[in-house]
Design a protein around this ligand. Structure first.
Ligand code: 6R9
Length: 643
């Protein structure tokens, strides 16, 4: 039996939703979805024109549509409608990499910046439906750029600033972006990262990009291409601050965001306008129990979906004060998170298990040096949180006063699907608990049979919700094949889960070839493709293995070309190659030289065996009778990295 934490009385007293309300609203959301969603849509979103139809969804045909016929604009909902009541309230608190740098931006200021930038984009020829790539650090200009795109109906594609020029190039090309917004450099942990130089490199093979708008962040030296490169501040100064928000259709595309799958290149997950806006606003309000005046901080990067939905769109749609942090948790020291909490009196704090585990490893002292008395609620996202880390977060960081919401969701889901509500849900460390309104999860066997009661299986969602991805940019068939074909009639998440006797869900991790390194999603195939680019590499197989801090580490088995001898220098070259192709987050933690890989007679690599060897679970290799050559396994076991 796992430990159960009762609802905290203080959380219950102020909560927007108690357990009876949760049960009643959940039942309504499932029994009368049309009525339920229409009501929520009225409550959370300001529409220029109401919808003709609440939903039109068919998982067999791959059609997902919400609020068709409605007219709406995201930037209007995040900015304009707040001006009258909270124009002078802080929208964004920015905390720089250095503790000496911070600023507050009000809704009125943000509205002006976004309007000017939107006009600047128009002046540069950006039209409704055009794609704009955003490759920026965690600075307010990133949020302004996203909002400016939504204001004129351009589709943004934010690329994480840690991606390499090659990875950036692939993403720009895939969605055919014609404008890139970047900065001279970014600052992380006291070090400068050459963002513009990365863009310059990527653009060598992106002839369709005609403009690169550059934010001056550090003032560092940059190369300049006349006719293509323009300064952000100069564009803003020259543009009018008056830019009416475009009336978009609810189903017009809002943004693409690239994420890794088990095969092939990263895919451009496409989200649309009305449903996404509604669902991110509603989940942000109810799950984080957001009340007017609260200071809310999500530590994610805007380059990931968590940054899109829960730094920018959900919070700003609700008129919240959202904190944006440029730096890293360990600079200048590992107490930074808690110092920032005190400095800005943060009430709601949302981070990832990998950060909690690494800070936990630094001991309690740096936490205890701070007050944290403003904190009221803690959140977790990105990967399963192990009970030890949960307990530390709850007892040491939150001093037993703050509920933890362990929120399960994905780039594809747009918003949180399985989560506790702080005033409604008893907590069990390590469980994401129960579905959010309108979400109907199910567990199915590998054969597709729906499993009832307390059991374990593949996690699917049986009906559409408003912020579900609509397609993969440019490849609708791949969308259908990847998500809707595995267990027909359902959306397949790629995750496994257990459901306990109370109906609580425990996510057990990916069941496909996606690994989760420090909360960053990576396809093993992507890392393999990078490794085999090296002329000395014949073959590579990559798996995840348990890592104390990162959750999963990257373990690569590499077979060299005949006649090539393994060496430390070659190992370094391979790590460099992966960093160049993808970025530092994809660096293999372990490279094991493998004279051969375990394969079936039909030539399929048996990853199950490689995973077990990497995890040092050699007693649990399972059936090896279908191997073409069983002796390769013995060699891999003897030379494994973790013993
Ligand atoms: C939001 C985000 C999605 C994958 C997902 C799952 C894992 C996310 C989790 C969690 C257990 C949680 N994941 N939250 N696993 N508990 N609370 O992280 O999106 O980058 O697309 O990753 O992350 O495996 O399938 P994304």
């Amino acid at each position: 039996m796992s430990k159960v934490y009762d609802i905290l009385p203080d959380a219950a007293a102020r909560a927007l939703i108690n357990n009876d309300q949760y049960l009643e609203m959940y039942a309504r959301s499932v029994n009368d979805p049309e009525g339920f969603w229409a009501e929520q849509a009225e409550k959370f979103v300001t529409w220029f024109k109401k919808w003709d139809k609440v939903q039109d969804n068919d998982y067999f045909e791959g059609r997902i549509r919400w609020f068709e016929g409605a007219k709406v604009n995201v930037s209007y909902n995040c900015l304009d409608r707040h001006l009258e009541t909270r124009g002078d309230q802080t929208a964004i608190i920015w905390e720089g990499d250095s503790p000496d740098e911070a600023k507050h931006i009000t809704y009125r200021q943000l509205h002006e910046e976004v309007s000017r930038l939107a006009n600047a984009l128009k002046n540069l020829g950006v039209k409704r439906g055009d794609r704009v790539c955003i490759y920026l650090p965690m600075i307010p200009e990133a949020a302004a750029s996203m909002l400016a795109c939504t204001r004129i109906g351009a589709i943004h594609s934010v690329v994480f600033g840690g991606f390499s020029p090659d990875a950036l190039r692939d993403r720009i090309q895939d969605s055919d972006c014609q404008v890139v917004i970047t900065s001279d450099e970014s600052m992380r942990g006291g070090r400068r990262v050459p963002l513009k130089a990365n863009v310059d490199k990527a653009l060598e093979s992106c002839p369709n990009v005609r403009t690169s708008i550059v934010v001056k962040r550090t003032g560092g030296n940059v190369a300049w291409k006349e006719g293509r490169d323009v300064w952000y501040h100069e564009q803003l100064a020259a543009a009018s601050p008056d830019c009416p928000a475009e009336e978009m259709d609810a189903e017009d595309p809002l943004f693409t965001l690239y994420t890794s799958g088990s095969t092939g290149k990263p895919k451009g997950v496409l989200h649309s306008t009305g449903g996404y806006l509604l669902f991110t606003a509603m989940t942000h309000k109810y799950i984080f129990d957001y009340h007017d005046g609260d200071v809310y901080w999500c530590t994610a990067d805007v380059g990931w979906v968590t940054g899109h939905s829960y730094i920018v769109y959900g919070p700003l749609a609700n008129g919240a004060t959202t904190l944006m942090f440029e730096g890293v948790p360990t600079y200048p020291d590992a107490g930074r998170f808690w110092q920032v909490v005190d400095k800005h009196q943060v009430n709601i704090f949302y981070t990832a298990p990998t950060a909690i585990r690494s800070l936990m490893g630094q001991g309690e002292e740096l936490v205890k040096k701070t007050s944290r008395s403003s904190l009221r609620l803690l959140g977790s996202v990105g990967e399963p949180i192990n009970p030890e880390a949960w307990e530390w977060y709850y007892n040491v960081v939150g001093e037993g006063r703050c509920p933890i919401v362990d929120t399960w969701w994905q780039t594809e889901t747009g918003g949180i699907l399985i989560t506790p509500l702080p005033g409604a849900t008893k907590l069990k460390p390590g469980s994401a608990t129960r579905p959010f309104f309108g979400v109907v999860p199910a567990l199915v066997s590998n054969e597709g049979e729906v499993l009832e009661g307390a059991t374990e299986g593949n996690l699917v969602i049986t009906r559409a919700w408003p912020s579900q991805m609509r397609t993969i940019y440019g490849d609708h068939q791949r969308f259908i094949d990847t998500y809707l074909k595995t267990y027909p009639g359902t959306y397949f998440t790629g995750d496994g889960a257990r459901r306990d006797e109370d109906g609580y869900y425990w996510i057990t991790g990916r069941v496909d070839d996606v690994i989760n390194v420090s909360g960053h999603r990576m396809g093993t195939a992507e890392v393999e493709s990078a490794l085999v680019l090296h002329e000395s590499v014949a073959e590579a197989a990559v798996v995840g293995y348990p890592h104390d801090i990162k959750g999963q580490g990257i373990y690569a088995y590499v077979t060299l070309m005949v006649g090539v001898e393994p060496s430390e220098a070659l190992r370094k070259e391979l790590v460099q190659l992966v960093r160049k192709e993808i970025g530092p987050i994809a660096s293999p933690d372990v490279i094991q030289w493998a004279p051969g890989l375990p394969k079936t007679r039909s030539g399929k690599i048996m990853r199950r065996i490689l995973r077990k060897i990497a995890a040092n679970e050699i007693d649990a290799l399972g059936d090896t009778s279908t191997l073409a050559d069983p002796t390769v396994v013995q060699d891999l076991i003897e030379n494994r990295a973790v013993k």
